[in-house]
Design a binder for this molecule. Structure first.
Ligand code: ZN
Length: 242
């Protein structure tokens, strides 16, 4: 496949995504989809809002705001999520729940192992450029099965039952993070989880010149974090998220 083919595929995806994400014909068009959107909150405020929501959730004080019919009605004509989260598809790591957010607050992209491919990157670009999100958080998590499967495969202990599946496709982008874990690390899986989230955040920056330009201008932050399955807390794994 040539670079031109890839570009065409990507344009098609973005065009299709815009069609799917904007209002149906005959209804008012989504105001933030037509042009490049300005963020309603700063990247720092967006990160603080996310982390405060996680504190509420982890401490058992979730407020469950923005989840009622009034919020649904207010959002029917358009959305302006303040943050974008790329998370694993793991059933225990639902971003709206662990950050105590509601409808219209988060633009969530989920795929096993929170890996970045063109479709994921295009979705993130859409949320930032057209919807005005000012923060992208890659959220890895404790005991991630996709990272564990990659470690097992590299150790020659892969599941033979996966041979005829596409599951191995997840191992490609995760492998560099597993290999980067220093020898002798006590918890190899957890170290690889953090490295994999940081790697994905770097891949978003490196893969999108428009997003990288926003980061350089201070209009966007791209951070990586780790979710703890035991206590529900999200902690940064890169200096940018501190
Ligand atoms: Zn996972």
């Amino acid at each position: 496949m040539t670079p031109a083919d890839l570009l065409t595929r990507r344009k098609l995806f973005v065009a299709t995504g815009a069609l799917l994400l904007t209002a149906p014909e005959g209804r008012s068009a989504e105001p933030h989809a037509a042009a490049h959107a300005e963020s309603a909150v700063t990247p720092q405020a967006a990160l603080a809002r996310l982390m405060e929501g996680n504190r509420r959730y982890a401490q058992g004080h979730a407020t469950h705001d923005h989840q009622d019919a009034g919020r649904r009605a207010a959002l029917a004509a358009g959305q302006q999520p303040f943050a974008t989260v790329l998370a694993c598809a793991d059933s225990r790591v639902a971003p709206e729940i662990v950050f105590d957010q509601g409808l219209g607050d988060l633009f969530v992209v989920r795929v096993a192992g929170n890996v970045v491919d063109d479709a994921v990157l295009a979705s993130i670009e859409y949320s930032v450029i057209h919807l005005g999100s000012s923060l992208v958080m890659v959220l890895g998590h404790e005991r991630c099965g996709a990272v564990k499967a990659t470690i097992d495969a590299l150790d020659g202990k892969g599941d033979p039952g996966d041979a005829d599946t596409k599951i191995a496709a997840l191992a490609g982008p995760i492998t560099p993070s597993v290999r980067a874990v220093p020898a002798g690390t006590a918890d190899r899986l957890d170290a690889a989880v953090s490295l994999n989230a940081a790697h994905a955040a770097a891949a978003v920056r490196a893969g999108s010149p428009p997003l990288a330009a926003r980061v350089a201008a201070g209009r966007l932050r791209i951070v990586a974090a780790r979710y703890d399955l035991d206590d529900g807390r999200v902690t940064p794994v890169t200096p940018e998220a501190a």
